[in-house]
Design a protein around this ligand. Structure first.
Ligand code: C2O
Ligand code: CU
Length: 451
């Protein structure tokens, strides 16, 4: 392993040894041992083993950061250190945690200055696929590589033959492999965000999915790109969605066979490898109609099938302990997202938010149920994220969803409205923002309070 500098063997085991394209090493119970995690400069093989190295910022200098792996009910205990040249923090995206651990500088904690540290400690209530990233100048810090997956295993593991993780990212590189440092440029802010020119899976060129006929794979997809939306199609296969943003979903085939992943979203899939020995299939990204491309391939080994018909085991995940919103009692709050074109500013209810301060967008009483009517009055799409909560997505364009799903980030189409609901049972000041990080930087951000 080239990535082991500075960490003990026990920590490495906890970190899951998730090198690019490599399946996880088994998890080891470490009885609450603190894990050290350091944000620092590093060098990454984004362009592959033979391409030029890329200077990045990463957790432990790695891109993506180490996979943190726990079991539901365990405590996360991270001794974070900042060795970057500027302040930062760690936000645990999608986790329902105490507000003081949410990692939002000025709102929930002081910024972590260069050379300083912060101790994050909280119980992991929900099983699922989550991730972590900074909440300081995110458009640049996340883009430079500060992002990692956090996996919380179910108490009873799902029966699969293998588990894989794809952390999807998008980079804007020059011909020498360096990151083009026009972070937050005016066009990206005003339009669709920073779309890059190189897609990576686990920090490198997407690895071929080497499969054995008949096996069942659980594939965790996590989009850590600043702005790129993915629409993945697994040709010749019928993936089943079992979780969205870490939260269990009623197992289903995605609409049109396409797995949609907006920035910050995660999807867990069951892939029954139904091809025959020696066959190959494409995995395509068909989100942007004029710019579809082959992400990677599925390559079947010549080995005889592992089994002749798909594994006969349940794929539904047990629910996480989230309160169900009671809509008859709900408080309805409209949020309007729009753009002030002249200033290239984004606003929530008419107000741009550039830092984590300012007045709250709304306040809720603890335990109250809230229905948010999220209206995108613009010509761009926005993945809207709430901290501290998972919410039920109820309606899209006024129509109730067939499968109201739990999410922490919901993609809202152009001129579209989406309605979500949640029980405000987690007190504190929580961010609400677009996860296209250039939009966030340009004002599409605010917070709400739960008393
Ligand atoms: Cu991924 Cu404010 O969060
Ligand atoms: Cu946006």
């Amino acid at each position: 392993m080239e990535r082991s500098s500075g960490v003990s063997r026990r920590q490495l085991l906890r970190l899951g040894l998730a090198a690019a394209g490599m399946p996880f090493a088994p998890r080891f119970a470490l009885g609450g041992e603190a894990l050290r995690l350091t944000a620092r400069a590093g060098s990454a093989r984004i362009s592959g083993a033979t391409g030029p190295a890329t200077a990045v910022w990463g957790y432990d200098g790695m891109v993506p950061g180490p996979v943190l792996r726990y079991r539901q009910g365990e405590r996360l205990l991270v001794e974070f250190r900042n060795e970057l040249p500027e302040p930062t923090s760690v936000h645990w995206h999608g986790l329902r945690l105490p507000n003081a651990m949410d990692g939002v500088p000025l709102l929930t904690q002081p910024p972590v200055d260069p050379g300083a540290g912060f101790r994050y400690e909280f119980a992991l209530q929900d099983a699922g696929s989550f991730w972590y990233h900074p909440h300081s100048r995110s458009a640049e810090q996340v883009d430079r590589g500060l992002a990692g997956a956090l996996i919380v295993e179910e108490r009873e593991p799902l029966q699969v033959d293998r588990e894989l993780l794809w952390v999807l990212d998008d980079w804007r590189l020059d011909s020498d492999g360096g990151i083009i440092e026009d972070f937050d440029n005016a066009t990206d802010r005003a339009e669709a965000g920073r779309l890059g020119n190189r897609i990576t899976v686990n920090g490198g060129p997407p690895p071929v999915l080497e499969a054995r006929a008949g096996e069942r794979i659980r594939l965790r997809l996590c989009n850590v790109a600043n702005a790129r939306i993915f629409g993945l199609v697994f040709e010749g296969h019928r993936p089943i969605v079992i979780a969205l943003d870490g939260q269990p979903a009623i197992p289903h085939e995605p609409d049109g066979g396409r797995i949609l992943l907006a920035p910050a979203q995660r999807t867990d899939l069951i892939l029954d490898m139904a091809g025959r020995p020696g066959e190959r299939f494409a995995v395509r990204d068909e989100y942007y109609a004029e710019k579809t491309y082959e992400l990677t391939q599925i390559a079947y080994a010549d080995t005889a099938p592992l089994r002749s018909s798909p594994l006969d085991a349940p794929v539904a995940l047990p629910a996480n302990p989230i309160s169900e919103p009671d809509l008859s009692q709900a408080k309805l709050l409209p949020l309007l997202f729009d753009e002030e074109r002249d200033k290239a500013e984004w606003r929530v209810n008419g107000v741009p938010g550039f830092d984590h301060l300012g007045a709250p967008l709304f306040s809720l009483k603890r335990g109250e149920t809230c229905r948010l009517h999220l209206h995108n009055d613009s010509d761009f799409e926005h993945p809207i994220h709430l901290h501290g909560y998972a919410f039920r997505v109820l309606k899209r364009g006024g129509r109730p969803l067939d499968r109201p799903e739990w999410r922490d980030t919901v993609l809202i189409g152009r001129r579209e409205a989406v309605e979500v609901a949640f029980v405000a049972d987690n007190p504190g000041a929580w961010m609400l923002h677009c996860h296209i990080l250039e939009h966030q930087a340009a004002g599409m951000m605010g917070h709400f309070e739960v008393g």
